[in-house]
Design a protein around this ligand. Sequence first.
Ligand code: SF4
Ligand code: SF4
Length: 93
Amino acid sequence: MAVYINDTCINCGACIDECPVEAIVDEDDNPTGEEIYYVYPDKCVECVGHHDEPACATSCPTEDCIVWDVVGDSPEHREDITEDQRKNQASIV
Ligand code: SF4
Ligand code: SF4
């Protein structure tokens, strides 16, 4: 369960301070070496328990730059998360 920043990122910086779990790093700290912002998939919680939508995507000015329904085999996507899980009353994984 994680969002992904694709190569349409323009390095504007709008998303990084919106993340409640500090999962986002800028291009200088991107472990892939790409000159774009990066989300650590092991840190990102898709804002479940924090916001109704991924806050980074809400703040991003670039359409479809931050995505979350195409990310590999992550265990569960926010669309599948129950209300109890969203309220932290049940485990997400
Ligand atoms: S979806 Fe939420 S937790 Fe994940 S990177 Fe974006 S702001 Fe952070
Ligand atoms: S808000 Fe969007 S375009 Fe700006 S740095 Fe974050 S992912 Fe890149």
